[in-house]
Design a protein around this ligand. Structure first.
Ligand code: NDP
Length: 249
């Protein structure tokens, strides 16, 4: 059991990669908080999973654009579970829009969730983990943190920011016993891809030498590694889990 007796928070934990990660952590003996926006399926998932595993599974409302909700998520988790050992900073949205036609609101919303949200959650996690003298933060970046793609200016800016912010946080937190890493998924079969039409999806699949989309569980396994003591000498890294996408074709 890689996470026996550990307490984990997963933002965006009600769907896709987040939900798969919640389940893997529970399988590995952790108690897990699903943190997601109010109208997500988080409460229903938590209720079901809490009955299925020996660890606790709780749902807490947390919109990562709201600093007060993020800070409360950590305060409440510490009050209830007594520690936060690992965090998957995973909440995010997609966003396809021509750069000459994107509104301020749309651009800023993608940045606020995918970049500023990651910082808000990391900051709250660092405060708790510094007090504990231990912990692991894993930020969800993307292959689009290192590659460009047409019509994703805000998304790629945010994910590139997450990759480099992770390096800085990794350096800053290391002397306090806290590791900070990022995962860079290739295209993964989750509701996030529903905005893409079939032709676009087929074209993207061709860019993965493994020849298919990734499964959410394959990212969850990478999270599990980085969250656990198996990754005790890994910090400031961006672990690409992308079916060979960034290796080239
Ligand atoms: P999903 O849409 O399945 O899951 C994202 C979750 O985040 C949803 O539950 C969503 O809620 C929630 N969420 C959205 N906005 C907020 C917010 N403001 N505060 C808290 N939670 C929020 O997508 P994925 O599982 O695919 O994405 C997870 C992460 O993986 C994202 O950071 C994404 O950028 C990244 N990623 C995904 C890839 C892919 O191909 N799927 C590739 C590379 C990176 P709701 O559904 O109610 O909006």
């Amino acid at each position: 059991m890689l996470l026996e007796e550990k307490n984990v928070i997963v933002t965006g934990g009600a769907s896709g990669i987040g939900l798969a990660s919640v389940k893997r952590c529970l399988e590995e003996g952790a108690s897990v908080v699903i943190a997601d926006i109010e109208d997500s399926d988080g409460a229903a998932h938590a209720q079901k999973l809490d009955n299925q595993y020996s660890g606790r599974c709780l749902f807490k409302v947390c919109d990562v654009t709201n600093t007060a909700q993020v800070d409360k998520l950590f305060d409440d988790t510490v009050a209830e579970l007594s520690s936060v050992d690992a965090v998957f900073n995973n909440a995010g949205i997609g966003g396809l829009c021509p750069s000459d036609d994107v509104s301020d609101d749309e651009y800023l919303r993608i940045i606020d969730i995918n970049l500023n949200g990651v910082f808000r959650v990391a900051r709250a996690a660092l405060r708790v983990m510094y007090r504990q003298g231990s912990g692991s933060i894993v930020n969800c970046a993307s292959i689009l943190g290192v590659f460009g793609q047409s019509q994703t200016a805000a998304y790629t800016a945010a994910k590139g920011g997450v990759v480099n912010m992770t390096r800085t946080l990794g350096i800053e937190a290391a002397p306090k016993g806290v590791r900070v890493n990022a995962i860079g998924p290739g295209y993964i079969d989750t509701p996030l891809l529903e905005a893409l039409d079939d032709d676009m999806l087929q074209g993207l699949i061709q860019l993965h030498p493994i020849g298919r989309l990734g499964r959410p569980e394959e990212i969850a396994n990478a999270f599990l590694f980085l969250a656990s003591d198996e990754a005790s000498f890994v910090t400031g890294a961006h672990l690409l889990v992308d079916g060979g996408f960034t290796a080239g074709k």
